[in-house]
Design a protein around this ligand. Structure first.
Ligand code: SF4
Length: 463
């Protein structure tokens, strides 16, 4: 951990209009949380990271500008002050019988403040990337996993097997973070996909591609059997193409057996839905089998927009991962105060089946809009990136919008890194006067409890 420094007098190397340069800035725009950057905040409200080679970061920074700080709250399509917007939002939540808190693109403090609010109104919690997150959770619950960290990969992994993924497509600086500046000779094997072009420029690495067009389920069925000691020739049953696949996997397995430390890298979001959990489970089983004789582990790349952070935080608060309904016992009305269901509590299904009557949508890192399938008659409260203001205004009735700070841009915060073991402290590079999700959620909790107790005392007073 380190303390970023903010130097108000240092101009950006690429521009003299910089108002402040934050050194050792931690980028919040993907879970790699790169911490070797310097962010320049300009007088006109724009931000840049001079000389960045990361396309994802460069794109994210284009979403910030001069008008963010003037971004107003709206209620039913009309501009409103924050007090009025929070009062309307609290009213919508008090009226809802079964709200959904979706998107959930926030940091540790944000979800910690949203959790009691969810409990007060009996809300279901799901994330924008719930479909990618859930298969990994299911596989972990069913069979457990061997996982590793970025530091272990850098220091020890002499064989990296990428299963069906090219990491730089979603995580542009993955190879820089994992390989750059190390002396270790490594083999990189891409299984079920073409090699990632971003891997090519590193010294001491040998890159191979294996079975790029083979069905991932067939590959893992054969690889699992080989890992358990079955004979490659017997597995192919005389079928020529199966024999080729089995022989390629047998040679991969021999390389794994001869390596000091193999890391199998996969991306849950890149695996074919809807049964990605079976593939993740198979990868974990293979790694477990390898550990009988040598060392190996998995590294899952995912958890974007705070998904990993929110899942970890909800798990430590409730004992259950996302896709859980949380209720105060009084609100549960005879039901369980906590109910986890990875299938039933999927955002798309809940909206399609009209099982929820209000949506609180949190989008703090990017202007991710609420699902297009949302019924216009359903109450919507958006705690979102200022760039969502126009869409919220255009929705008109049944809509409250409150702009929020992005952690790492306009507020501090904490996020879990992609390997799930390190919590990184974020520093605001710009610091525009936008309120954090945590602060707004705490205010909403106060207002909601006031409205609910007023309602219950009115009921008690009735003859
Ligand atoms: S790879 Fe991710 S964390 Fe690193 S600079 Fe790019 S977007 Fe930011």
């Amino acid at each position: 951990m380190h303390s970023p420094s903010i130097d108000p007098s240092t101009p950006s190397p690429s521009a003299t209009r910089a108002a402040a340069l934050t050194r050792d800035w931690i980028c919040p725009f993907c879970p790699l949380l790169c911490d070797d950057l310097a962010a320049a905040a300009h007088d006109d409200g724009t931000l840049d990271v001079p000389d960045t080679e990361c396309s994802r970061l460069a794109h994210a920074l284009t979403q910030y500008g001069a008008t963010d700080v003037q971004c107003a709250c709206t209620v039913d399509g009309n501009e409103a002050d924050k007090d009025a917007a929070l009062a309307s939002a609290a009213q919508l939540l008090a009226n809802a019988r079964r709200p959904l808190f979706g998107g959930l693109a926030t940091d540790v403090a944000g979800i910690r403040a949203l959790y009691p609010l969810a409990a007060a109104c009996g809300a279901i919690l799901d994330h924008l990337h719930g479909d990618a997150l859930t298969p990994a959770t299911l596989a972990l619950q069913d069979r457990g996993s061997f996982f590793t960290t970025l530091s272990e990969v850098r220091a020890r992994a002499d064989l990296l097997v990428f299963f069906g993924c090219q990491p730089s497509r979603r995580y542009p600086r993955f190879f820089t973070r994992a390989l750059a500046g190390t002396e270790l000779a490594r083999e990189l094997v891409f299984v079920g996909c073409e090699a990632d072009p971003a891997a090519a420029s590193f010294a001491q690495t040998r890159i191979d591609t294996l079975l790029p067009d083979t069905d991932p389920y067939d590959t893992l069925a054969l690889w699992s059997a080989l890992a358990e000691g079955r004979d490659a020739a017997a597995l192919s049953h005389g079928d020529g193409s199966a024999a080729n696949v089995a022989s390629a996997l047998a040679s991969l397995h021999a390389r794994i057996a001869g390596a000091r430390y193999t890391v199998v890298v996969y991306e849950p979001a890149a695996l074919p839905a809807p049964h990605a959990a079976l593939l993740i489970e198979a990868l974990n089983r293979i790694v477990k089998a390898v550990n009988r004789t040598t060392r190996a582990a998995c590294l899952a790349l995912g958890g974007d927009d705070g998904a990993l952070t929110v899942n970890q935080t909800v798990t430590w608060l409730s004992g259950l991962p996302l896709r859980t309904r949380v209720s105060m016992p009084a609100h549960a009305a005879g039901g369980a105060p906590l109910d986890h269901d990875p299938y039933r509590y999927r955002t798309a299904r809940l909206l399609a089946e009209r099982e929820v009557d209000a949506l609180l949508w949190i989008a703090g890192f990017a202007p991710h809009a609420w699902p297009a399938s949302l019924d216009p008659a359903l109450a919507l409260i958006v705690l979102g990136h200022p760039a969502l203001a126009d869409a919220a205004r255009a929705r008109g009735a049944n809509t409250v919008f409150v702009p929020v700070a992005t952690p790492g841009v306009d507020s501090g915060g904490h996020l879990f890194r992609i390997d799930g073991t390190v919590v990184m402290p974020l520093t605001a590079a710009r610091g525009a006067a936008l309120e954090s999700v945590a602060s707004i959620a705490a205010k909403l909790s106060g207002r909601l409890s006031g409205q609910l107790s007023e309602r219950s005392s009115t009921r008690e007073d009735q003859p």
